[in-house]
Ligand binder design. Structure first.
Ligand code: CA
Length: 582
């Protein structure tokens, strides 16, 4: 009987009679090619943020006008770093303070909203942001600032399941969009500034049931679970600690706060990991695996198949959390990563072997280059902030060094894009440096675990941000578009030969993907710190972006924060299409 019904459904689906509203693995695996929806963060789990749509192109983009705008409302503004999802006539968009809205795609009218009840005492390091949701089945799933996962019915906004991931009072929070990889929900955690332990967790997206978890700090073991939540005896993965001194691995950071990407052709999920804790590197001699790295995980078991460490024994808060974007080059599958430390890495997506590494910013002080044979950086020893307990000082403060990039990174949370049409990555980069020094510190639950002080400074008078077209084959910067304020929004590229990105000054801009020439811009009314998306509905191409200034720069930006303190907060999503003649 069951077989017959399934057979009938399959044949109906095959002849196109049933257009399912349920999001399936097959739909997610073809998300990058299907122009009618945007089902995942990254516009495809590979994270290329490339659309094959061409209606809006280098010739027509000047005619792009607003179709509608939707306000997140309330008194809660601050940073809006969210990427909308598009499916089944609805937009799903998250907002600051762990809110999510469903909006009618045609009219911009609100269908439902969910405001997560946040406790006092949440500890987001870098503003009350959320970067987006995930879709699976009839559910929309997102993480909250008190480290919970919430799954809601796409049609009604009713909570279907809710899971506590960890203790917010210990510094855990969630800001990244969850990832669905081969039917499994994968999430990371935020909190590297509070000595949390980074990890990747896999759940059944329909129930929230935990399938496996894999910490990203060496010494902590990963486990698989049966359907009663018990550890599976032969399911342990991990190695004993070899790269941390003493007990420091227990509070080692390496938070997986940006989430991950997934490539169905390799079966691997790629998660970036944050800084080792604390920042003062003299307290933890050694490589401090797997901090400031990319880890590639087997989605079925949680086993780390390979790891590449961008910044061993990091001393500058160079989180390696940046996205690993897979792409084809010379007949192989590689991943590109524009690291916070200033180098762009090209790595074999299957085995983790380093193919190339080159700077994508003008000034890097901590290393002179990356050794392509060993994969290790050539450190400039004099530019590491010193040990406060050594030398002639009072033991409370080490020497101050000027370091570039600043800890907010040559690139931070704002995702880059890759165009198979041009073969270029479009990287939202920032040029800044910092005075940094070390201080003594010991771990205290819920306290900042840094052991460092710092002041961020601009490097150049006329710009901080620069959108750069990077050739992964040659390491050349093909063109750049400078921006006065630091770039903090993501990038999208299209087969229409365009690159879209937002600026803190409030503009969504479209540039020629080949030359970088500016072809269109629109003032959204507040700073754009979120990545744009595009889709097609009824023969019309739409472009959307969230607007709302905030994020880490106003909170941590030192002298740069003073430079941009005139920018106003906001909270809205804008949708554009080409003007039609009446
Ligand atoms: Ca960090």
């Amino acid at each position: 009987m069951q077989k017959t019904i399934l057979g009938l459904l399959a044949s109906l689906a095959a002849c196109g009679a049933v257009q399912s509203a349920e999001v399936t693995t097959a739909m997610l695996n073809s998300d990058a090619k299907d122009t009618k929806s945007v089902l995942s963060f990254g516009m495809g789990t590979e994270g290329q943020r490339y659309s094959p749509l061409t209606q809006v192109n280098t010739k027509t983009v000047a005619g792009l006008v607003p179709a509608w705008s939707f306000s997140f409302g309330g008194e809660k503004q601050r940073g809006q770093e969210s990427q909308p999802l598009i499916h089944n006539g609805k937009m799903f968009v998250t907002a600051s303070y762990s809110r999510i809205f469903a909006v009618d795609l045609k009219t911009g009218a609100k269908l439902w909203k969910y405001e997560h009840r946040l406790p006092d005492g949440i500890m987001p390091c870098c503003d009350v942001v959320n970067r987006g949701a995930a879709l699976y089945g009839n559910l929309v799933i997102f993480g909250t600032l008190d480290a919970q996962l919430v799954a809601l019915d796409q049609d009604t906004g009713k909570v279907v399941w809710k899971e506590k991931v960890d203790d917010y009072a210990a510094g855990y929070s969630m800001t990244a969009a969850p990832l669905i990889a081969n039917g499994t929900l994968l999430t990371g955690v935020s909190g590297g500034e509070f000595g949390v332990v980074g990890r990747v967790e896999a759940r059944n997206p329909m129930t929230g049931e935990l399938l496996w978890m894999r910490p990203t700090v060496e010494g902590h073991m990963g486990y698989r679970y049966d359907k009663d939540g018990k550890e599976i005896a032969n399911g342990v993965t991990g190695t004993v600690n070899k790269s941390w001194p003493g007990e420091l691995w227990k509070t080692g950071g390496a938070s997986t706060w940006m989430g991950g990407t997934y490539d169905a052709s390799t079966g691997l999920a790629y998660f970036g990991t944050g800084n080792p804790a604390p920042w003062n590197s003299h307290l933890r001699p050694g490589d401090n695996l797997y901090s400031s790295s990319t880890v590639a995980l087997d989605v079925k078991t949680g086993q780390i198949k390979w790891a590449y460490q961008n910044t061993p024994n990091d001393s500058w808060d160079f989180d390696g959390a940046n996205e690993f974007v897979t792409f084809d080059m010379n007949g192989r599958r590689y991943g590109g990563k524009a690291d916070r430390n200033g180098f762009f890495y090209v790595i074999d997506a299957r085995d983790g072997k380093l193919q190339n590494a080159f700077p994508f910013v003008r000034k890097i002080t901590w290393a002179s280059s990356i050794d392509l044979k060993t994969g290790r950086p050539n450190f400039v020893a004099a530019n590491r902030p010193s040990d406060p307990t050594k030398g002639n000082g009072d033991g409370k403060k080490g020497s101050t060094v000027f370091a570039a990039p600043a800890f907010l990174g040559a690139k931070n949370q704002m995702p880059m894009a890759y165009s198979p049409q041009t073969g270029l990555f479009y990287v939202p980069a920032n040029e800044w440096g910092m005075d940094i020094w070390n201080e003594p510190i010991s771990y205290k639950k819920g306290g900042a675990f840094l052991g460092a002080g710092f002041t961020i400074k601009p490097l150049f008078d006329d710009y901080i941000g620069a959108l750069r077209a990077v050739d992964p084959k040659t390491g050349k910067i093909v063109w750049e578009a400078k921006n006065n304020a630091p770039l903090w929004g993501g990038v999208m590229t299209t087969a229409g030969g365009l690159v879209f990105y937002g600026t803190p000054e409030g503009y969504l801009k479209a540039l020629d993907a080949k030359t970088g020439k500016e072809l269109w811009k629109f003032q959204t009314g507040s700073g754009v710190v979120a990545p744009p998306v595009t889709w097609e509905d009824g023969g019309v191409q739409y472009v959307a972006v969230v607007s709302g200034w905030g994020g880490a720069v106003p909170l941590w930006g030192g002298e740069v924060a003073k430079k941009v303190n005139f920018l106003e907060q906001g909270g809205s999503v804008w949708v554009f299409k080409l003007a039609t003649k009446i």
